[in-house]
Each structure stands twice: as C-alpha cells, then as structure tokens.
Design a protein around this ligand. Structure first.
Ligand SMILES: [Zn+2]
Length: 129
C-alpha cells in the first residue's frame, strides 16, 4: 500500500473509490453510518482493488466476502488507521508522513514541498467536487 493516500470524502455517491493515477482512495464514511454498511467491508474492498487492479468488480466482491471473516484484529486496525489523518505531515526537512502512516523521503526539501502541494491540491479538488 506504499504511496497510497486514503481520504474521507462524505460528498461522494459511492462507499469508496480508487483512483489509480493519483493513488488516492476516497471513502464515504457518512454513507456507511447512514446505511449501516460495514466500513471494514469497504476498506478491504478498496484495498483489494489496489492489489488486484485487473480483477473485475464481481471478482473483488467475491474476494472481499471470502477474506473478511479471516482478518486479524491488527489487520483491521491497520486498515482503520489509514483514515486517521487527512493530510500529509512534514517530518524534518526532506520527509513526509502520509495519511496511511508511510514515511516518504525525498532528495530535497523542494521535492518534498512540491509533492505535498500536489497532494493537498488533489485532496481539496476531490472534497470540492
Ligand atoms: Zn469495487
């Protein structure tokens, strides 16, 4: 899941959506509450889309159903934690902690700041769309 950014977007129509080009996963948390749909189900579903980009929607649904009962507690908590922070956090001068907890290092402060701006812009675009 390295490099992927998970964000909450309560304005979207679906439960979740994967953008392969920007490596951003959007999750509609409010919709889950409203319909009593399981959040963990969607988190796993979207993760499987990332892992198996060529698998059909039906295949992903079937795999989600098969895998869900066997998730350990620590796997579940890792998946929930991805939604913890919406923004990347600066660490030192050349690194960022991404919302999924991954620390990403850059060759220069400039490269780090450029990447951060791109991510923030993308998140803003998504939440305004
Ligand atoms: Zn799907």
């Amino acid at each position: 899941m390295r490099g992927w950014i998970w964000v909450i977007d309560n304005k979207m129509r679906d439960y979740g959506e994967v953008h392969y080009d920007t490596r951003i996963v959007r999750i509609n948390k409010q919709l889950h509450k409203r319909t009593k749909e399981l959040l963990i189900d969607t988190l796993l579903h979207e993760e499987l889309h990332i892992r198996y980009p060529l698998l059909s929607e039906r295949g992903i649904c079937a795999l989600t159903e098969r895998t869900l009962p066997h998730l350990t507690k620590s796997r579940r908590s890792t998946m929930y934690k991805r939604l913890g922070n919406k923004r990347p956090i600066k660490i030192g001068t050349k690194a960022l902690r991404l919302p999924d907890g991954v620390i990403r290092r850059f060759k220069s402060k400039r490269a780090r700041d450029q990447f951060e701006r791109r991510v923030r812009q993308r998140i803003k675009q998504i939440s305004e769309a």
